[in-house]
Design a protein around this ligand. Sequence first.
Ligand code: MFK
Length: 521
Amino acid sequence: MGYQKVGGTFCTCYAGGMEFYQVAPSLSNRFESDPLLRDSLQKLLPPEVWAKIQPHLRHVGELAVTDWLEWSADAERNIPQHVPFDPWGRRLDEIRMAEGWKKLEAAAATEGIVASAYERQHGEFSRVYQAALLYLFHPSSAFVSCPLAMTDGAARAIELYGDEELRQNAFRHLTSRDPKSFWTSGQWMTERTGGSDVSETSTIAKPAPQDKNWSWQLHGVKWFTSATTSPMAMLLARPEGAVGGSRGLSLYYTELRDQEGRLKNIEILRLKDKLGTKALPTAELQLTGTPARLVGGEGNGVKKISSLFNITRVYNSICAIGHARRALDLAWSYSWVRKAFGKKLVDHPLHRETLESLEKDFAKSFRLTFFVAHLLGRDECGTASDSERTLLRALTPIVKLSTARTCMSICSEAVEVFGGAGYIEDVGMARLLRDAQVFSIWEGTTNVLALDFLRALSKENAGPVLMEFLKDQSGAVIDEIRLILAHALRGEQDELERKARRLALLVAEAVAMQLENQEGS
Ligand code: MFK
């Protein structure tokens, strides 16, 4: 990795026959040096909550540029290895993980990245506190943030749909601060038939009434399963004989390994060779009678698992802004040390203007994300009004899709700030860019989420609530939103769908402007 906490050198080149070394960019405690984070938290939180959480955020900000940076570099260097067989031909299916990865998972438990949301020590502000923790943790986590997202989503699904046994057992593991008892969870939705169109799921659940605890057995192939090293997973399958389409699907819970650590009727077909997120073990799995329990009764599986993926979509947004923040921090730091045309990059008006314009895009994403995190906290603590619940439903796909796009564009610009060095692997910027691409794919692509926003408009009647929230807005953005929404009023569904992506991005822009105005007033 070409950056560290304190400055150093990272590249040799020659100028005018004289050898010289470029100076590496450096990172500092983000909590200390992030005025947007500090100001936003100060405005969002009651003074006593703000005072209480500061020492922890400072501590986490420090870990993110010291130990966690080192451990994530280790996890990126030593990517997961699949060992399918033992030397004597027996099926083993071990996934070997780096020490750095294991330490990061343990640290996530200790710092309460998931637990903080469920302890609800700060009431409706607990999700804001958690968002700040995750924002600081993610960029130095080698994507341990991904299993954490699914862990949190699984905890929420169990909270809403789980029986007493799941609440007493799995839920406690998922929300534990003790690394020894902390469990991460997988979320297995994607199949060969598609990642977006989940209704095509072909995994079958067969009844196994002889086993009271595990009264179903699963058969099928799960094509992408992130975090395959997790002890448990939530997944969709179709009970034998159930109707087709998404209504016939049910939500299941499984624990992957037996007491001896052997997989329970699961074969790991292979680890995926991905564009980025290389430290994260993403596998293709064959389920060969995997024991499972039904969660929340039969049917309506997509509806039930949406309680999980609406959480992972918020995580995706928080991690996307954390990721973009890291790219910007490195770009600024490099601009302060790199000289060209006789002065530092930062002293070139055009260069500075470029970075400042990226900061503006970043700030919009940041405000939108923390606003949604607060809405989520209010919803979970029962303090949200009906309108706020509708706003949360409508803005979850909006924040997810818009932060992903902003993150990708900021990371691309940040690579360019480094010039040729940005294109070189060991500098670390290339990896940031590759990883950024995942945010627009995980948990629903831009278009799928734009259509989910339309679903919120039609099923939850979110349009009037949104327009009420934006009632003070004037200008081109809100005018265009009104024009597109008029297609819905006229029942022009095809035209509405054709413009859904444009609409979603405009809504993100309008809400961010609204939040900025509210902060300023
Ligand atoms: C660092 C951050 C890490 C983040 C985690 C990374 C993990 C990555 C792993 C993955 O990427 S897993 C794969 C993720 N896959 C997706 O997110 C699926 C994307 N596709 C969709 O979201 C589709 O829109 C969807 C599968 C939901 C379409 O399903 P259907 O069944 O064809 O849609 P339908 O019939 O409209 O909805 C069924 C029910 O669910 C309806 O309720 P009712 O039964 O009451 O009518 C919908 O209202 C409800 N529903 C759908 N989406 C919802 C929702 N309810 C609430 N919120 C939503 N978002």
